[in-house]
Design a protein around this ligand. Structure first.
Ligand code: HEM
Length: 343
């Protein structure tokens, strides 16, 4: 109870202090040294970037996202994960989309990423109206935002003007956290993006939608830390449920078993009941830096989570962007290939 009271106060202070309106850029906080990851971007990305050069851009993306997710609703969560895996590696530069030997996309850790065909389809449609003007990185930012909105998530105004990377290396994929880091490791990773502890807890709430492969959580269920037993931080009944759902590594389980297709704060309620699917999720309740925020987000109406999620996403989609005349960047003609085709 005490934890809950403290946590509500903590969250309210942070949420009130957070900029809820859309804004293109960082705020120079968090003491990050990496100039590519966090610095004021006000003159680089712009809310009006496509207003004159490709006014239909967002309309095209929205229509395509609606069309594809109607046929396959699992693409919504897939797009959200895809942008995290793009921004979390070398910044939001569409490097995750390049498809050649040795690229991020070909790394074993990227095996379960999806949504590439939808992005390719959007790109070819956008190219018909505005050839050579819209980057794949901007398409990914717009499409993931629209996909979240389709799932009753928040909406925010995106700033655009990202350029696409010319390179992509599988070895860089280790920068994105997998399911087995402790909170210190997660915080260090998020800090390297210029994101803080609130961003970590709030963006982890993306696991209120989507699925995990049973292979990803098998060790938690059957052989936790080589013990031949179950991870003691999972509720016993919930562990039974997961074992019933997970007969094979190739099966999947909802990351939020209660409201798997609604973008709400149920993820945090689940964590409070020790019903987190990934160990990195449940860890957030064990650590004194993150537990009060988990409790607060569980107790508060979903709207608080949704608003803060929009704020943290606006920060995430600005991480390490290539802009302006940056020579490392280009506007790819096809999202899976660099324009030169040389790697
Ligand atoms: C905090 C560190 C994070 C870790 C360790 C992590 C790890 C994972 C893992 C292991 C899966 C299951 C993948 C599989 O079994 O194939 C997953 C799924 C997912 N992740 Fe994360 N994730 C993290 C943060 C994020 C963030 C920041 C976002 C987005 C903002 C995100 C969005 C998703 C989504 C939507 C899915 C479901 C994908 C689908 O259904 O296709 N994750 N994550």
């Amino acid at each position: 109870m005490k934890l809950a009271v403290v946590s509500v106060a903590v969250l309210l202070v942070i949420v009130v202090a957070s900029p809820v309106s859309a804004r293109a850029g960082g705020y120079g906080d968090d003491g990050d040294d990496d100039t590519r990851s966090w610095f004021p971007l006000d003159n680089l990305l712009s809310l009006k970037y496509y207003d004159k050069i490709c006014p239909n851009f967002e309309k095209i993306v929205d229509t395509k996202v609606k069309e594809w997710t109607k046929t396959d609703p699992s693409l919504g969560p897939a797009l959200l994960r895809l942008i995290f895996h793009d921004c979390g590696v070398t910044g939001c530069d569409a490097s995750v989309l390049l498809d050649h030997e040795g690229s991020e996309r070909r790394s074993p850790a990227s095996k379960t990423l999806r949504g590439f065909e939808l992005i390719d389809d959007i790109k070819s449609e956008v190219e018909k109206s505005c050839p050579g003007l819209v980057s794949c990185a901007d398409i990914l930012a717009a499409a993931s935002r629209d996909a979240i909105f389709q799932l009753k998530g928040p909406y925010w105004a995106n700033a655009y003007g990202r350029r696409d990377s010319k390179t992509s290396y599988a070895r860089d994929v280790e920068k994105v956290p997998s399911g087995r880091r402790d909170v210190t490791g997660l915080l260090e990773t998020f800090q390297s993006y210029g994101l803080n502890v609130l961003d970590l807890v709030v963006l982890s709430g993306a696991h209120t939608i989507g699925k995990a492969y049973c292979g990803t959580i098998q060790s938690r269920l059957y052989n936790f830390n080589g013990s031949n037993g179950t991870d003691p931080s999972i509720d016993a009944k919930y562990a039974d449920y997961l074992r019933r759902k997970c007969r094979w590594a190739s099966q999947t389980v909802d990351l939020d078993s209660k409201t798997p297709v609604i973008f709400d704060n149920q993820y945090y309620i689940n964590l409070m009941k020790h019903e987190g699917v990934l160990s990195t999720d449940q860890e957030l309740l064990k650590d004194s830096r993150t537990a009060p925020l988990v409790a607060a987000l569980a107790l508060q109406p979903s709207e608080i989570f949704r608003q803060q999620f929009a704020v943290s996403m606006m920060k995430l989609v600005n991480v390490g962007v290539l802009t302006g005349e940056d020579r490392d960047g280009e506007i790819r003609k096809v999202c899976s290939k660099s324009n030169s085709g040389i790697y």
